[in-house]
Design a binder for this molecule. Structure first.
Ligand code: 5AD
Ligand code: SF4
Length: 432
């Protein structure tokens, strides 16, 4: 026994939250060790997401369940994006919660744990140069934040209200973190930010102004770095320089997230996305031309207020033309404090469900064709995780999940795999 108290932490939402959770664990490491058993925890944290309504509901049902089963005297803290937007209102709905700590206030976690009914949800709090303790949940892959906040004002999105304005993290801090992660054995570096290819627009201090393409290039030269991934880039900032660096730098994984949101130029305008259908198609075509092995993933929202059948047909048309390898699709969800929530032309849930089903069904057919075309092909796979029954999984450069027979020795290694049985969710193969 270490004599430390026990921390249970649940993470909802995106990769930024996964990294915030690592930072929380690192900050508390002197006093707490992580447990997977809620019943033995002295501190229960839930790191929340507020991007759609459903995860917010999930928060209150989960903290309610935690309250019932927690051990006596255990504290419950609500962190992350929903903490940011609800603030002390969390106590009104769940009075047994001990503290509320917003995204972008994570560095205050030690004070929060010690202070009854502590609330800190300041979205202007600047953690861009805060030296968090070091904790990594995977030895093989390291998340590295390159910016905080978001300067875009997409009319459906709550994130600017939960994570505040965009500030880039100085490149020397990023490079030091990358070098440290790589020297600890992480061959893959995963860069995180709300708009990564807008990197370098604003720093909080006086720092060298480099852009995202230059940052990628510097990171690719760090000893031990074999693979670089990043999320999320914005289609608007996909200039030729960025697409060139992406395509020509062999360390950069050939998987690009291009969040379309809608294929209709008029809906994109109402969303304030800053690009047109034609711009998006042009960037995707250019990317496929420069980098034939690329896989393109996307996010699509159906039934944004005012979306007509023709607008939705434009979204289907982009799907046909780009043939995304991966699709994350959502029904529009009205979020508090966003301009779209008060638009008068909201779409019925019935129409939204139909459009979502149409989109997903067509994408499934496309994906089946794509994975079938990968049969018998050979890919380099970076193995990261054991699976039950003597299997190991890893990812190709273009982000397909691959499973082979194998054991621990493969973890953290790159190997060539021939795909023998491609399925939608995972490609089965053999090491050659
Ligand atoms: N409703 C539905 N989906 C949303 N997203 C963001 N805000 C909303 C909303 N209000 C989706 C976008 C974004 C992804 C992370 O979540 O597609 O890219
Ligand atoms: Fe991530 Fe957005 Fe959810 Fe916050 S609201 S956790 S930034 S997806």
């Amino acid at each position: 026994m270490s004599g430390k108290k026990r921390l249970f932490i649940e993470t909802l939402g995106c990769a930024m939250n996964v990294r915030d959770t690592e930072h929380i664990i690192a900050e508390l490491e002197g006093d707490y060790e992580v447990t997977k058993e809620i019943k033995e925890a002295d501190l229960i944290l839930i790191n929340t997401c507020s991007v759609r309504e459903r995860p917010v509901h999930k928060l209150f049902s989960e903290v309610g369940a935690y309250e019932k089963i927690k051990k006596q005297g255990a504290k419950i803290g609500v962190c992350g994006c929903t903490a940011s937007h609800l603030g002390s209102d969390v106590f009104k709905r769940a009075p047994y919660v001990d503290f509320v700590l917003g995204a972008r206030n994570i560095s205050k976690i030690k004070t929060a744990v010690k202070t009854p009914k502590f609330v800190s949800v300041d979205i202007n709090h600047d953690e861009s140069e805060y030296a968090f303790g070091d904790f990594r949940s995977s030895p093989y892959k390291s998340f590295v934040n390159i910016m905080i906040g978001c300067d875009k004002k997409c009319t459906y999105c709550i994130v600017p209200q939960t994570r505040g304005d965009e500030i880039s993290i100085p490149s020397n801090i990023i490079l030091n973190e990358v070098a440290k992660a790589a020297s600890n054995g992480a061959k893959e570096i995963f860069l995180l930010g709300q708009n990564v290819n807008n990197y370098g627009k604003r720093f909080s201090g006086n720092h060298d102004k480099i852009d995202f393409s230059d940052l990628l290039n510097l990171i690719s030269k760090v000893d031990g770095v074999e693979r670089i991934r990043f999320t999320s880039p914005h289609p608007l900032h996909m200039d030729d320089k960025f697409l060139q660096e992406f395509s020509s730098n062999p360390k950069i994984c050939k998987s690009m997230h291009m969040p379309l949101q809608s294929g209709s130029t008029s809906i994109l305008k109402a969303m304030k996305r800053g690009y047109t259908k034609e711009w998006f198609l042009d960037r995707a075509a250019k990317l496929r031309e420069l980098c034939p092995s690329v896989s393109i993933s996307t996010d699509i929202i159906v039934a944004f207020p005012g979306e007509s059948d023709e607008d939705f047909a434009d979204t289907m048309d982009v799907l046909e033309k780009v043939r995304f390898e991966q699709l994350f699709s959502f029904k529009y969800s009205a979020r508090p404090l966003t301009p779209a929530a008060t638009m008068t032309n909201q779409i019925s849930d019935e129409v939204a469900s139909k459009r979502l089903a149409t989109l997903q069904a067509r994408h499934t057919v496309i994906l089946d064709e794509i994975v079938e075309s990968m049969r018998d092909m050979v890919f380099e796979v970076y193995f990261e995780e054991l699976r039950a029954g003597g299997y190991v999984v890893g990812r190709t450069s273009n982000n397909f999940l691959v499973q082979v027979k194998g054991s621990e020795e493969l973890l953290g290694k790159l190997a060539n795999v021939k795909i023998t049985d491609p399925k939608r969710m995972v490609l089965y193969g053999q090491i050659i």
